[in-house]
Write a protein that binds this ligand. Structure first.
Ligand SMILES: *Cc1c(COP(=O)(O)O)cnc(C)c1O
Length: 241
């Protein structure tokens, strides 16, 4: 993985220490994002791509930095913490995108500056107690089947209020995963509708964290500002340890 490929065609601009297939996927996805943005009448540079590197080693993240990645996303604290420590000198913003237990909030806030998975007031309280000016997205459950993470839409405004009251956390907007089997564009349109409600309370909370490897074009069409893209860039994920 860290060895340079002997056949670097199509990725000739990549530094030699970067895997050619990784460079190719990175360039391909970057191009597709720009294309989807233009198709939606948006500027590609208003969209932030977070490369989700969960369960991949620090060496892969280093290669992504060489390719120009500035944002990485992780979903499990015990996997992410040592990686973030090893990569502390790299110019990266770390995002936490997975379900977060309140008792890990303080530790995650040590290396992540943006939390995308805030879905309950007890977690808001725990993040507040971490005494760091973290940026947060509220994760919305669009499946209608509680239990897999995400606040139910009817409670999103109350949750937004609790973030606003903390005075320390900065509310950036809403996050969601398109439900399995649903039409992603329709799901992201609903997310956009809930975003309008939250913006009535907090006009600055206008950002949308939506879109993964299989549905980022649909998310861009519905106004996503932050894409969370894993496998389309990294290739297949190692199994969780
Ligand atoms: C893993 C993960 C992603 C990336 O998924 P891919 O399908 O690999 O792009 C995005 N968001 C969350 C919350 C994830 O857990």
């Amino acid at each position: 993985m860290t060895q340079p490929s002997e056949h670097g065609e199509g990725a000739s601009e990549a530094p030699r220490s970067v895997d050619a297939a990784l460079a190719q996927r990175y360039a391909d996805v970057t191009g597709r994002i720009a294309e989807a943005a233009r198709a939606a009448g948006r500027a590609p540079d208003e969209i932030t791509t977070i490369v989700v590197t969960k369960f991949h080693p620090a060496s892969l993240v280093r290669q992504l930095v060489q390719l120009g990645a500035q944002h990485v996303g992780e979903s499990r604290h015990q996997d992410a913490a040592p990686k973030a420590a090893e990569l502390a000198g790299e110019p990266l913003t770390w995002h936490f995108v997975g379900q977060l237990q309140s008792n890990k909030a303080r530790a995650v806030g040590e290396y992540c500056s943006v939390i995308h998975s805030v879905d309950r007031t007890s977690l808001v309280d725990a993040l507040h107690r971490a005494e760091r000016p973290l940026d947060v997205f509220l994760e919305l459950d669009l499946s209608g089947q509680p239990g897999r993470g995400g606040v139910q839409p009817e409670h999103v405004e109350a949750l937004a209020e609790s973030v606003l009251q903390s005075g320390l956390l900065r509310l950036r907007g809403l996050m969601a995963v398109a439900p399995l089997g649903a039409e992603p564009r329709e799901a992201f349109a609903r997310l956009r509708g809930y975003s309008d409600r939250v913006r009535a309370l907090a006009p600055e909370a206008s950002e949308l964290s939506a879109g993964m490897s299989g549905d980022f074009a649909e998310a861009i069409a519905e106004g996503a500002t932050h894409l969370r893209i894993g496998t389309a860039i990294t290739g297949e994920r190692p199994s969780p340890r």
